[in-house]
Every structure is written in structure tokens, then in C-alpha cells.
Ligand binder design. Structure first.
Ligand SMILES: Cc1cc2nc3c(=O)[nH]c(=O)nc-3n(C[C@H](O)[C@H](O)[C@H](O)COP(=O)(O)OP(=O)(O)OC[C@H]3O[C@@H](n4cnc5c(N)ncnc54)[C@H](O)[C@@H]3O)c2cc1C
Length: 448
């Protein structure tokens, strides 16, 4: 039944892509790219060419024409970050997560290969690192978030030592796999910081995979697997948290809530945690393997601009994704203050709503489609099982499939490892896939 459901789901995706959305869209190397130089003006300016930025450039090309769209992104390589969970556990290569940015840019869209340094919404201008000023009619901000390893004493220099890794950066993800392979006996420690993070499930997915690897290699009896999280819960949505608690009990994984990593003494293989419920109390844990999820925060460019909320996130209307003060400014993804879990799946759902919002505003009409906070986290619980968490702004499950997704399933593992990368590269980034919302409805109707 599960396989039939997956096949059906894929056919719906394919049909949607081939017959309803594809005409007129071609992704190729023939975009125009240059370092920013003289003053430039664009009807639609997109900042950041990660998941949200490329997806929105593709959609905006369709809406206003390629010659009217520019995207500012400094990186030559684009990464599909969700695969890093599997890279850290040796199940995929880091090369499989990357593609040249040039191959993903929608053809005809201007690629400004530079960093945004300043955004001035009062004058509708942006300044890049090489001093170029770009003016815009409409601005889409997709700058992602910033990782702050340096906020943990002893990092990032501690990564030069063995036994420590982090799936959150392309520089350190392979160190996780090395530390796991080199594990002999002792504590395998996994952390979750005291800040918002992208993919809140990823810090614990690598724990389940490491546990499975240690079992497979006969080392589990000599290991204590420990998850120290700053959060007061194992996962924010009760339905999935209940299943995860069952798994950690069954597999003898030790969970310490409200424990925040503040220092790594990599030369001694020691990690120092503060107890967030007892200020001033710290605990030192000796580790044989340490996986660090770094503190994260808003883009410094947004933080230093009038577009930021009091913390520094892009201040948006949570339903329309339009800026709260500047009506010609919009945002998507990890850089925003949308009160949902920051994931690529959320970006997919947001891209469909934002596209609709902008098309309405261009016609001087009111936005009519509302983002419900849809987000998804495939909680990898072993080398062949996943719990597929999907939920909205209120933490209410919004599941795609007509079976209990809180249960570990092999089918969902294939979805994560085989189907999702395909949907990412060929659907989401081409502006052809807006999350499983519509399919969710189709699936449920069809299965009744
Ligand atoms: C280990 C890991 C596991 C994950 N697992 C999942 C998962 O299973 N499912 C899921 O849905 N999501 C997952 N995610 C999260 C997902 O990858 C992100 O939520 C998603 O990529 C966010 O898209 P974005 O466009 O907001 O930011 P990003 O994709 O990070 O893009 C931001 C872009 O902005 C650019 N930029 C930054 N500053 C500037 C500047 N000053 N000027 C110009 N450009 C700039 C960057 O170079 C980057 O290209 C995971 C992430 C990680 C790290």
C-alpha cells in the first residue's frame, strides 16, 4: 500500500511538472552573469541564491520576464543542505549535495555575483560589496541565516582536532563521518543550541544514525549515546515527540533537556555545558565523538537595516509574506521571522504563496492566498527509517499521506533520500513545486 502511495504521489508530481507548469521554462547556463559594476535597475531584485532565492527567481522570471529579474549571490556552488545529515553518517557523499550555481540560475536572469552589503528600503536600493548600487521596484529577500560556531568557546579552531564534526557546514560535515568511523569507546555526544536553528530535527537525526552505525559495527555496547539539548522538549510537536521518546527509550539513548554547549576543549576531548534551568551550573563531559549544532542568528545585512524586527529577522506579515512596513519588499525562508520551523519544505510552501502575493500586488489587487506555516522535517531514525513530521504554525500535524506519519517507515526513508532531492533540483528550484499542499489534498481524496 505504501509503495503504491509513493508511486502515485510521484506520478502526480511528474504530471504537474510536465503538463501544467513546464511550458516556457528552461533552465540553462545561458543566464547573464557578471560582477556588479555600474548602477543597475531591476523591476524584481532577489537577494540570496539559496533554496528560496533560486526558486523565487524562477517564479519571477515567469511572472515578469527574465530581463526584469536580477539575483545577488556570491557563491559559485549551491548546496542541497538536507543531504548533509546523510553525508555525516556516511550514507551519501558531499559531492552529491552540490551543483554549480550557474547550472541552476534561470536562463536570462541577471546573476550579480557579489555580496549584498546594505539594503536601503527608503530609497529602494541595495549596495553590494564591490560598491555597486542596484535599484529595484520590488525586492525579495532570501538571505538565509548565519551560523555562529564562534559563540562556543574553543570553536571553530577546535574542528582542527579529530573526534568532532558538524553536519551544519560543508567544511565540517565530513568530520562527523570520520569521528563516527574512528569511534572506539566512550561518550558520543550530540548538541542543540540555545537559538532558533534550521531544520530543528537535524541535530538529533545524526544521533539516531550514529547509534545505528555503532550497533552495525558492534561498538554500541561500549558507547553512551547522549543528546544534550537547550530545548525543554525533544521535539516541538507532541505527536512526533511521543514517538521519538519511545525510540530513545528502546535504544537506550540519554536525553538531557535544557543543556547548552558553551565550550569545547578539543585538545582534551571535553565539552562544557551550562544547565539553563540552574544559572551558573556547568557540567564537563568527556567525549569520544562530538557533533556540534552551532548557535544561529539572523543575517547581519538584514539586522543592520530598517527591514529587521527587534531581533534582526526580516519582519513579515506571516500570511502574505509581505514586509510589515515596506509594501514592495517580500521575504522567504530562514531569514524571516515567520513563526514556523525553518526548513526547505517551508520554503517550498512559501514560494507558492509568495508568488501569488506578488502577482496580485502587480495587478494592484489584494493578496488572497495565505501561508499556514506548513513545514516538514523527515526525522531520520536509522539507515532505513524516517518519521515524516509535517505541521503548521500552530504545531498541528498537516500530513501528506493517509497513514500515521509518526510511525517509523522505510518508505519515508526512500522519500527523503531518493524522491526529495529530485523534487528539489528539478521542481522547487525551477519554481515548479510549491510543497505538498495541493498533493496532500489530492492524496487524501484519492485514498478515501
Ligand atoms: C544539516 C541540515 C539538514 C537539513 N535538513 C532538512 C530537511 O531534512 N528538510 C528540509 O526541508 N530542510 C532541511 N534543512 C534546512 C534547509 O536546507 C534550509 O531551511 C533552506 O535551505 C533555507 O533556504 P533559504 O533560501 O532560506 O536559505 P539558504 O538556502 O541557506 O540560502 C541563503 C543564501 O543567501 C546567500 N547569502 C547570504 N548572505 C548573503 C549576502 N550578504 N549577499 C548575497 N547572498 C547572501 C547564501 O550564499 C545562500 O546562498 C537542513 C539544513 C541543514 C544544514
Amino acid at each position: 500500500f505504501g509503495v503504491t502511495a509513493l508511486r502515485w504521489w510521484c506520478s502526480v508530481q511528474l504530471l504537474w511538472t510536465c503538463y501544467f507548469k513546464a511550458p516556457g521554462i528552461a533552465i540553462s547556463q545561458f543566464h547573464t552573469s557578471s560582477p556588479a559594476s555600474a548602477k543597475q535597475h531591476y523591476k524584481m531584485l532577489v537577494l540570496g541564491g539559496g533554496t528560496g532565492g533560486i526558486a523565487m527567481s524562477s517564479r519571477m522570471k515567469r511572472l515578469v520576464g527574465a530581463e526584469n529579474v536580477a539575483l545577488v549571490e556570491p557563491s559559485e556552488i549551491h548546496y542541497y543542505q538536507p543531504i548533509w545529515t546523510l553525508v555525516g553518517a556516511g550514507a551519501k557523499t558531499v559531492a552529491s549535495s552540490s551543483r554549480p550555481t550557474a547550472s541552476l540560475m534561470p536562463s536570462g536572469v541577471k546573476w550579480v555575483k557579489s555580496k549584498v552589503q546594505e539594503i536601503n528600503p527608503e530609497t529602494n536600493t541595495v549596495r553590494t560589496a564591490d560598491g555597486t548600487e542596484i535599484s529595484y521596484e520590488y525586492l525579495i529577500v532570501a538571505l538565509g541565516l548565519e551560523l555562529h560556531y564562534e559563540k562556543i568557546k574553543g570553536l571553530p579552531e577546535g574542528f582542527e582536532h579529530p573526534k568532532i564534526g558538524s553536519n551544519y557546514s560543508v567544511q565540517t560535515v565530513e568530520k562527523t563521518w570520520k569521528a563516527l568511523q574512528d569511534f572506539k569507546e566512550g561518550n558520543a555526544v550530540f548538541t542543540f543550541p540555545n537559538t532558533p536553528v534550521k531544520c530543528a530535527g537535524a541535530p538529533q537525526k545524526i544521533m539516531y544514525l550514529s547509534d545505528a552505525y555503532l550497533r552495525k559495527t558492534g561498538k554500541r555496547a561500549k558507547a553512551n549515546v547522549i543528546y544534550n539539548t537547550s530545548l525543554p522538549v525533544i521535539f516541538g510537536v507532541k505527536k512526533y515527540a511521543d514517538s521519538l521518546w519511545e525510540i530513545v527509550k528502546k535504544r537506550d539513548l540519554q536525553i538531557n533537556l535544557r543543556h547548552n554547549l558553551i565550550e569545547v576543549r578539543a585538545d582534551k576531548q571535553e565539552a562544557v555545558f551550562e544547565n539553563l534551568d540552574k544559572p551558573g551550573e556547568t557540567k564537563v563531559i568527556e567525549y569520544e565523538m562530538l557533533h556540534v549544532t552551532p548557535p544561529m542568528g539572523p543575517s547581519s545585512v538584514i539586522k543592520g537595516s530598517p527591514l529587521a524586527d527587534e531581533i534582526g529577522w526580516l519582519d513579515l506579515n506571516k500570511e502574505t509574506l509581505q514586509h510589515t512596513k515596506y509594501p514592495n519588499v517580500f521575504g522567504i525562508g530562514d531569514c524571516t521571522n515567520l513563526p514556523t520551523s525553518k526548513t526547505g519544505a517551508a520554503v517550498a510552501a512559501q514560494s507558492a504563496v509568495l508568488s501569488r502575493t506578488i502577482s496580485k500586488i502587480l495587478k494592484k489587487e489584494k493578496p488572497d492566498k495565505k501561508y499556514d506555516g506548513y513545514t516538514s522535517c523527515p526525522l531520520v531514525t536509522s539507515y532505513n527509517t524516517v518519521i515524516l513530521a509535517e505541521f503548521d504554525y500552530n504545531g498541528q500535524p498537516l500530513e501528506t499521506f493517509p497513514f500515521n506519519q509518526a510511525k517509523e517507515r522505510r518508505l519515508m526513508y526512500h522519500m527523503k533520500t531518493d524522491v526529495m532531492p529530485h523534487l528539489y533540483w528539478h521542481g522547487l528550484l525551477r519554481g515548479l513545486w510549491g510543497g505538498p499542499g495541493p498533493y496532500r489534498k489530492i492524496m487524501h481524496l484519492g485514498m478515501k
